[in-house]
Write a protein that binds this ligand. Structure first.
Ligand code: GCU
Length: 677
């Protein structure tokens, strides 16, 4: 339940006295809800880790060793001794510096706002949790994006779309009367990794969430989260003016509709004075949108944006727009819809783009909109919940997936134009930037169902703050804070986490295969699915396997989705010599006997990848067993049980996919690949 905020006792005989000395006397001059939160967190953490009851003071004392304050609050002698880039810190950045004062060390945690101090405090606690030397600490951390939000796909009836960790944690029925302590722990966890917003409701939720009945409840949640620097946002169903407003149209250019939204927004701000704004799914998978009135996505978004402008709210307008009535490759549709609208959105609109052009597959090339809309801030949308990645039972560390996408070069402005730079807004100098993660949180006692799901929540927050962070460092930090600082434990734990994504890709969708999951639930294999209502919802559409080969031709001879990327990317992916093999069947349709770089035929290579994935899950079990002594029995056993399920299901994936594809390849399985039983 305590996530990465375990605050385990520091056992090191050298570090413990050092930390005790440094954290014994704390100066916190602020007297507000956030400074109370800081004090409370320090009490809890330091008592547990250092077994001390720190003394707090609002005026500096001779014995004070830890100073937590803004520039205005810090005593003059500390300000003289530190060197802080105040301007650059903005409102959320912070610095931690160690100084010498009266022959003793003093530590200063500072920033330009109370929330920055809270972030700095969590960073300080992390230094202790990960057992760092704090005697010469000098660090500054500034978020590279300004909107870092969880997207809860939580419905008002407490079901969670694509949720695998129980019911929604928002207990609407008991709100606003009862504030569950879990809401506070949710806010603590998020603040500890720099998440500063939460969209409470599902992108497919109905308009009910905008009625006063709900707004009262939303206000209570907002009040609870405010001291932690977390704003609330809601999803806005485009047809709300009809459904709850009694109008007969939701046309964004209709004055009555505009008036309705303006009044609705004003009403929301009466309940929540710092309301963040709206997240909108429109014209997609049955959701209404501006297309219903022959209006563009920009016209739809701008109407809401204008209503929010007086309150400094924003609109996160999703680019996940596609239609089965369009005969074109689904991977191309969002680009076709949005690219022509670049520059047409109001300043307080961000277009929220999924990391890949189809739908949160185990691996996708980056979405072609990244780099293609320089005039518009693009938000990254990652999925933390593992819809297509083994859901609540498979251990898949998504830090690796997120990092791979963020590090990819779009070449939009020549080499080095990474997706991370687009998202940070630094490539095109946008004032607004952000990252959204579809939450994996539910009422399960450990929040995320699979214990290692916690690591994905953690990794998302860390990468939203700094998209250039390394997945390996994040994994290490998380392991230390969640379990143990023991070196062997960290080595093995990291090895499990860092190979887990590749393992899942291997046993599910190797070499660029995609969307071959069971229909609708998306859990196990289903490459054979052919009979459901829509062409693009069948697995055969995506893998295109037949006697002549396998793969989706997205080059000029096929759907030409490749033409949506910058020329450098196009050339790299269209040329079989340079196309990374991990994307091969995403972009190319190739014969079964096509010779791979390894010298194997394509068929053999596919089979060997499936087999490798199975081996990797076996290795994960061996590694986990080898670190049993570092984990308590309950957590150890849960992870072990799930790893065994994962291993079993990796075999299921391998056998099902190979047997299915073999009817087309008509080739025997290569040596080393287990024959299906
Ligand atoms: C996927 C997912 C849906 C979800 C949709 C979205 O298609 O399966 O459940 O609503 O993405 O992102 O809107």
């Amino acid at each position: 339940y305590n996530l990465w905020l375990q605050y385990q006792k520091i056992e090191s005989p050298t570090l413990l006295p050092e930390y005790q000395k440094q954290a014994g006397h704390i100066f916190i001059p602020g007297k507000n809800a956030t400074s109370d939160v800081i004090e409370k967190e320090l009490r809890t953490a330091l008592e547990a880790m250092l077994e001390i009851a720190p003394q707090f003071t609002t005026t500096p004392k001779q014995e004070t060793t830890l100073f937590i304050g803004t520039r205005e609050q810090l005593p003059a002698f500390t300000l003289k001794a530190i060197n802080i880039p105040w301007e650059k810190l903005g409102t959320e950045g912070f610095s931690i510096q160690s100084i010498n004062q009266n022959s003793q060390k003093a530590l200063i945690i500072t920033g330009n706002s109370d929330v920055a101090l809270l972030y700095g405090t969590f960073e300080f606690l992390k230094l202790l949790q990960t057992q760092q030397d704090i005697s010469t600490v000098d660090l500054t951390s500034i978020p590279k994006t300004n909107i870092r939000v969880l997207n809860h796909w939580d419905n008002p009836d407490r079901t969670v779309e694509r949720g695998y960790a129980g019911a929604s944690i928002w207990d609407w029925h008991r709100l606003p009367g009862h504030v569950k302590p879990q809401y506070v722990d949710y806010a603590r966890a998020n603040a500890s990794i720099g998440i500063n917003g939460t969209v409470l409701t599902n992108v497919n939720a109905n308009a009910q969430v905008l009625t006063p009945y709900f707004l009262k409840k939303v206000a209570t949640l907002a009040d609870t989260f405010r001291p932690y620097g977390i704003k609330v946002y809601l999803t806005a169903r485009f047809s709300a003016p009809i459904e709850i407003g009694g109008l007969d149209t939701a046309d964004p250019l209709h004055p009555e509709v505009q008036k309705w939204w303006t009044e609705k927004v004003n009403e929301i701000y009466e309940y929540v004075p710092d309301f963040g704004g709206f997240l909108v799914k429109a014209d997609s998978e049955g959701q209404p949108g501006p297309q219903n009135y022959d209006r563009t996505q920009a016209e739809g978004a701008n109407m809401l944006a204008k209503a929010l402008q007086p309150h400094e709210g924003i609109v996160m307008w999703r680019a996940f727009v596609y239609s089965n009535e369009t005969p074109d490759d689904r991977a191309k549709q969002a680009y076709n819809e949005f690219k022509p609208l670049d520059g047409k959105f109001e300043d307080n609109v961000l277009v929220q783009v999924k990391n890949g052009p189809i739908d949160f597959q185990p691996r996708e090339p980056f979405h072609p909109l990244f780099g293609a809309m320089p005039e518009t801030p693009l938000m990254m949308e990652f999925q933390i919940t593992q819809e297509y990645l083994g859901q609540g039972t498979h251990l898949v560390f998504l830090g690796s997936l997120f990092e791979e996408v963020l590090d990819t070069d779009t070449y939009a402005k020549g080499p080095g134009s990474t997706v991370a730079k687009v998202v940070e807004g630094s490539l095109d100098q946008h004032a607004l930037s952000g990252m959204a993660g579809v939450s994996n949180i539910g009422t399960d006692r450990n929040w995320t169902g699979h214990l290692f799901g916690q690591a994905n929540w953690y990794a998302f927050g860390r990468l939203a703050w700094n998209p250039d962070e390394s997945a390996a460092d994040i994994a290490k930090e998380w392991l230390k804070m969640t379990f143990s600082n023991d070196e062997k434990f960290i080595r093995k734990g990291k090895s499990i986490m860092l190979q887990s994504h590749e393992a899942a890709v291997n046993y599910m969708t190797p070499l660029g295969l995609h969307h071959i999951m069971g229909w609708s639930h998306h859990y196990g294999p289903g490459p054979w699915v052919t009979d459901k209502h829509r062409d693009d919802w069948t697995s055969t559409y995506y893998h295109q396997a037949s006697e002549d080969g396998i793969g989706f031709d997205r080059t000029a001879s096929g759907s030409n989705a490749l033409s949506q990327y910058a020329p450098e990317v196009q050339q790299q992916y269209e040329n079989l010599e340079t196309c990374p093999e991990k994307y091969l069947l995403w972009f190319h349709h190739l014969p079964w006997n096509y010779e791979m770089k390894s010298g194997h035929s394509l068929w053999d290579e596919i089979a060997l990848h499936y087999q490798k994935g199975v081996h990797q899950t076996e290795q994960m079990i061996t590694d986990w067993k080898s670190i049993k002594t570092h984990v308590d029995d309950q957590r150890y056993q849960q992870v072990l049980d799930f790893l065994q399920i994962q291993h079993h299901e990796a075999k299921w994936w391998r056998d099902a996919c190979l047997l299915y594809f073999q009817q087309f390849s008509q080739m025997p399985l290569p040596e080393g690949v287990t024959q299906p039983e």
